[in-house]
Ligand binder design. Structure first.
Ligand code: GLC
Length: 505
């Protein structure tokens, strides 16, 4: 339908291809997986046709909840990596009502392993990650060529896909197929940049002449995927407005790329994430013991009793509030503040329940706390979606003392479940939680990265909690906020449109 495409070109992009290392429900380590799972569905509702391309990890192939089939149009293709050639097996998820097409890139050598980024047993990243994700990127672009569906926007997420704009600029520079495809690079977390030896450019097929100081492909004599993504994409965005500003200020947030980011400040913006309101809905959540809503909070009390029993606390703990934490256990998340303030926190009238996996040192730290204060703190060191929902529903407060937080999704779920967030005022936390001052506000914030300030915020929350009427009003107000994807998907649509116009005129 050439006329239809012509019409869409005048009115904005119609096909958006997302490349990512994670997408829920297939493969997820952190929030990026949720975003790439939910945003395309919201875009489809706006009339955009989204395609999502992720690797076919061993666990994705072996699960049977969402069966994959071989891609009929392109069952496999060969990818060159320097002098080597590696076969990519292409799979598709059976499309459902959401209107999103999922493609998966498999490889016996690179993806048929238990982990996504590293070995789940040791926590160590795979040593060949540069090559693995380069293979993924190259195979993904070849797939698009062969599918031959015209592509308007290529939307890349984080470092594992960040060399795609660079591959388009070099290897595919003369390709008529990609000529009009605009690129957007989204930064979910600047701490993971994908820095590899220059050999990776050889595997990419990018000529040595592109490797010189100050070029997008050079970073302290190495290759930094994220730097290339930031410099070469048509537009760059991060997942909140505050984080978009913070990362340009200095090394603490910019992790060495602050200057590179400043050089793109005209094309750099922030769009706060939403959450999947179907998945996170206390009225219909199949994982929780009793449903509830702002009008009828009685179910929340039942969820709390259940949660306390589940973590083995004797009795129901009286009226003491439960503070929940669901988190990747990584440096970013501020767990050391909890360790520093532990003795003080444990004197407070409360219970704490923590769910997460991550770095070994935090596993040890939390286990240690749980054994010292068994009647105050319960810890579950695993990845457990159902329990995450139970904690959201059964807790009274939700603690996120992050050192930095590009957006954060858990505080959005906690608001929807009337579980009042206590957060450090950084990145997306500052943009989504409004400080409680009498009638207003949705949570409690603290500024400095200090256990003292965190403790102060906790105490403020406990003092409001001790007045049930005020607390109930706060809970209702928090639950009335709208953090669904609708508004932010519309912002992405506008951003795609501006890229599209830039490419076409
Ligand atoms: C990363 C960030 C988190 C953000 C998520 C999704 O996990 O650390 O703040 O919410 O990506 O964008």
């Amino acid at each position: 339908m050439p006329e239809f495409r012509e019409f869409m070109h005048q009115n904005g992009p119609s096909t958006v291809v997302m490349f990512s290392a994670e997408a829920a429900p297939f493969a997820k380590v952190g929030g990026m997986g949720d975003v790439v799972g939910a945003l395309p569905k919201a875009l489809a509702k706006l009339g955009i046709h989204p395609l999502v391309v992720i690797p076919a990890y061993g666990a994705v192939l072996r699960q049977d909840r969402f069966p994959l089939g071989a891609c009929g149009a392109v069952p496999h293709l060969d990818v060159s990596l320097g002098s080597e050639t590696e076969r990519a097996e292409i799979y598709q998820a059976r499309s459902d009502a959401s209107g999103v097409d999922f493609y998966f890139i498999g490889s016996r050598t690179y993806f048929n392993r238990p982990g996504i980024y590293g070995d789940p047993d040791t926590g160590e990243g795979y040593r060949d990650n540069g090559k693995r994700f380069l293979f993924f990127m190259k195979a993904g672009l070849e797939l698009l060529l062969r599918l031959n569906t015209p592509v308007d926007i290529i939307h890349c997420h984080d470092s594992h896909t960040a060399l795609i704009p660079g591959l388009l600029r070099t290897n595919y520079d003369r390709s008529p197929f990609f000529k009009k495809a605009g690129t957007l690079f989204t930064i979910h977390n600047l701490a993971y940049q994908g820095v590899y030896s220059r050999k990776v450019l050889h595997y990419a097929g990018i000529d040595d002449e592109h490797f010189f100081p100050m070029s997008p492909f050079e970073y302290w004599d190495k290759v930094n995927f994220m730097k290339a993504g930031i410099l070469i994409s048509d537009k760059v965005n991060t997942v909140s407005e505050t984080y978009a500003l913070e990362i340009q200020t200095g090394h603490e947030f910019g992790h060495g790329l602050e200057g590179v980011l400043r050089s793109r400040s005209m094309d750099l913006s922030g769009i706060v994430n939403g959450i999947d309101y179907e998945e996170w809905n206390p009225r219909t959540d199949p994982f929780i013991q009793a449903s509830f809503s702002g009008d009828d909070l009685s179910g929340k009390g039942k969820c709390k009793d259940f949660l306390l029993r589940r973590f083995g606390f004797p009795g129901t703990g009286g009226r003491a509030p439960v503070i929940g934490i669901v988190s990747r256990l990584a440096d970013q998340k501020g767990l050391e503040l909890i360790a520093d303030a532990a003795a003080e926190i444990m004197k407070l009238e409360m219970r704490m329940v923590i769910l997460g996996v991550g770095q070994l040192k935090y596993h040890e730290l939390l286990q240690d706390l749980a054994s010292k204060f068994p009647d105050r703190i319960g810890v579950n060191l695993s990845f457990d979606d159902a329990l995450a929902h139970e904690i959201m529903a059964g807790s009274d407060m939700f603690l996120m003392p992050s050192r930095y937080e590009p957006c954060g999704l858990s505080q959005l779920a906690s608001l929807r479940y009337g579980t009042i967030p206590i957060v450090r005022a950084t990145g997306g936390l500052a943009d989504t939680v409004v400080p409680y001052e009498e009638e207003n506000g949705t949570g409690f914030l603290f500024r400095g990265y200090s256990s003292g300030e965190m403790l102060e915020a906790l105490k403020r929350a406990l003092s409001v909690y001790s007045d049930p009427d005020r607390w109930r009003a706060l809970v209702r107000h928090a639950m009335a906020q709208d953090w669904s994807w609708d508004k932010s998907a519309e912002k992405y649509r506008r951003l795609y449109r501006s890229i599209h116009l830039k490419r076409h005129f």
